[in-house]
Design a protein around this ligand. Sequence first.
Ligand code: FES
Length: 134
Amino acid sequence: MALYSEKVMDHFTHPRNVGSLPDANGIGEVGNARCGDIMKIYLKIENDIIVDVKFETFGCGSAIASSSMATEMIKGKPVSQALELTNQAIAEALDGLPAHKLHCSVLAEEAIRAAIDDYNKRSGKTTETTVVEG
Ligand code: FES
């Protein structure tokens, strides 16, 4: 059996929504300390709807496929729905990831939340997802 599903290979070799958004109003960047991979998500939100989304991922194929799928899953959706997107849902939409690659889909979930947090901060809203450290 192939290690990666056809969907993973498709989104890895033809990633959707790659790039940056000059007029983004929410930007989230997260990294995985273990592998050193970095993912950045740009959101353009209007009236609480994600009207555009792009990503830049410096990472493994699973991280690129996860970013591509995750951006497709939140495009055109309300912010509240994007906040509910889990890494399991992203992995399922990709027809699965190998167990040792599941953490790559976590990056996508975290990057989207970080971008929404940034949007909320910029627009003066507070958010339940903000993690206060220290
Ligand atoms: Fe680092 Fe996949 S190995 S995100």
